[in-house]
Design a protein around this ligand. Structure first.
Ligand code: ADP
Length: 515
């Protein structure tokens, strides 16, 4: 009994075989259902209705058939709403003065224990609820991350990948295992930009590259454009952050942008070509047309008054103006044919040295200017060919397209003459190698301003320093097309006021290819 009940908190009452109270301890009233009823002579079941129904058991204790009977966790709700919990233990009461059987009913106040137990149970329930809520929310977040259409990567500050979702694996072609613990630089080409942004964020807590378009490598080596948005999350360790990257494949958009930019540039270039073309037509056709108009008017109005010799002179003006216009039209047609891919490459064996010296003579005569042209030819052929007496035979001549070569050299030589003072020297060098010829045309003329160099081969383009020197801006475009058809190269170096040197490399067409 000592063990079961704490004597300080234990009250008691004694009942006879009819459960009539015989005696009570002082504080029993605290535990009764109806206050004030637990008094000697009263039926114990009135104040402790919990005993109702247990009469037989209680009797069996009095008869010595059972040692005790216990009722646990009886609750009373007092007026001030504080709960009261107690246990009842009934045992036989031996009374020396009276032989009739009695029961000692002990009451143990267990309110404190019960309240504590209840609050523990409540805490445990709350903790369980919290745990399942956490598990549910983790599951939910996992589902969201997994179902995201955008690629998601979480990295450490140093850029080591910690988490990836399904879309990231699909986008970059790597499995999760291949990505985890790898540096972000494995996929992001310009990772150092992201790295610097992470460090700036850690230092300032402010600035983070929120949107970044960058090139990434997939596992197959393909380059794709990805737009990343980035955010930082504080880890459980203070001052340490993880970085969340959400990436979207924007390769198609980027390609479209490049395409649009290219076609805009093309359109702008076409617009410029068109406007240069019109200004060329206005300039170049204006003069000869005026000449024709003027000469024919004179002949019509004053035909009877002027001498035959004067008439012939006017007719000669008309003829040369017409020839000039025909030449211009020929050039325009030639260039548009070349640009449309209609200009054909017809290689044939050609005695280059002879061809060049005849061309030089022709140009000297036709240019009308008094320009000395220094023509030098060097044969730098391999030794086994040097003593070959059959060099005059057609099959040993280099194979080139004579017509295209004529366009190239005529244009370059006429330009050298046109853009140089009358009596200055023109140097024309032909260097023949085994497989190619290198032509060098050098003048001491006005030169080409550096800012015009890049556009010089564009149709109808003329440098800003041409002044009143006539021209169409067609020649060099034609030259370039002809060099390209030969698979050759053209370059120039120039200094304004000092002169210009053009260098053209023409590879020889392989003999066996035309056999
Ligand atoms: P153009 O009919 O104007 O001479 P080209 O296409 O032959 O047309 O040449 C384009 C431009 O290149 C010329 O207008 C001129 O500005 C420049 N150019 C070409 N060759 C020379 C050169 N030898 N010296 C100086 N400028 C040159």
């Amino acid at each position: 009994m000592q063990k079961l009940l704490n004597p300080q908190q234990t009250e008691y009452f004694i009942v006879n075989e009819n459960l009539i109270i015989q005696e009570t301890s002082a504080e029993v009233q605290r535990f009764t259902d109806i206050p004030g009823d637990a008094i000697p002579g009263a039926d114990a079941r009135v104040s402790f209705p919990e005993l109702i129904g247990s009469e037989n058991i209680l009797m069996s204790i009095i008869r010595g058939q059972r040692p005790s009977f216990e009722l646990k966790g009886i609750a009373r709700f007092t007026n001030n709403n504080y709960p009261l919990y107690f246990n009842i233990l009934a045992i036989e009461h031996e009374d020396d003065r009276d032989s009739a059987g009695k029961l000692l009913i002990l009451i143990e106040d267990v309110t404190e224990k019960m309240v504590m137990k209840q609050s523990l149970i409540q805490r445990a329930n709350e903790a369980n609820l919290l745990l399942s809520a956490l598990a549910a929310s983790k599951d939910y977040i996992d589902k969201v991350v997994r179902s995201m259409g955008d690629a998601l990567l979480v990295t450490t500050t140093l850029g080591t990948i910690k988490t990836v979702n399904q879309s990231a694996q699909i986008l970059f072609g790597y499995s999760e295992a291949e990505l985890i613990d790898q540096p972000l630089s494995m996929i992001v080409v310009e990772e150092k930009l992201l790295y610097q942004a992470r460090h700036r964020y850690i230092l300032s807590q402010k600035e983070l590259l929120r949107e970044l378009e960058t090139v990434c490598n997939t596992k197959t080596g393909e380059e794709i454009w990805v737009e990343f948005s980035c955010s930082a999350i504080q880890t459980e360790l203070k001052g340490l952050y993880d970085f969340v990257y959400v990436g979207r494949d924007i390769t198609e958009r980027k390609q479209a942008e490049v395409e649009i930019r290219r076609s805009l540039a093309k359109e702008q270039e076409l617009r410029q070509v068109k406007s240069r073309f019109f200004s060329m037509v206005a300039h170049e056709f204006g003069n000869p047309l005026n000449t024709v108009l003027f000469a024919t008017q004179i002949l019509k109005e004053y035909g009877d008054e002027i001498t035959q010799e004067e008439k012939n002179q006017y007719l000669e003006h008309v003829k040369s103006a017409s020839k000039h216009m025909i030449q211009l039209l020929d050039d325009v047609r030639l260039l548009s044919n070349a640009e449309a891919g209609k200009l054909k490459f017809n290689p044939a064996a050609l005695n280059l040295q002879k061809f060049c010296s005849e061309l030089v003579e022709e140009i000297k005569m036709s240019s009308g200017k008094n320009h000395p042209i220094d023509f030098v030819c060097q044969k730098l052929v391999a030794p086994d060919r040097k003593n070959d007496n059959s060099s005059e035979k057609t099959q040993n001549f280099p194979v080139v397209d004579q017509k295209l070569l004529r366009h190239i050299l005529t244009n370059l030589l006429l330009n050298a003459i046109k853009y140089s003072p009358n009596d200055s020297n023109i140097y024309f060098e032909l260097n023949c190698y085994n497989e190619e010829a290198v032509f060098i045309i050098r003048d001491e003329g006005i030169g080409i301003p550096a800012e015009d160099e890049a556009q010089l081969f564009e149709s109808y383009y003329r440098a800003q320093n041409v002044g009143k020197i006539p021209g169409t801006g067609l020649g060099l475009s034609i030259v370039k097309q002809c060099v390209d058809l030969h698979g050759g190269q053209i370059e120039f170096s120039s200094e304004t006021g000092l002169g210009t040197t053009f260098r053209v490399e023409i590879p020889f067409y392989k003999q066996r290819e035309i056999d």
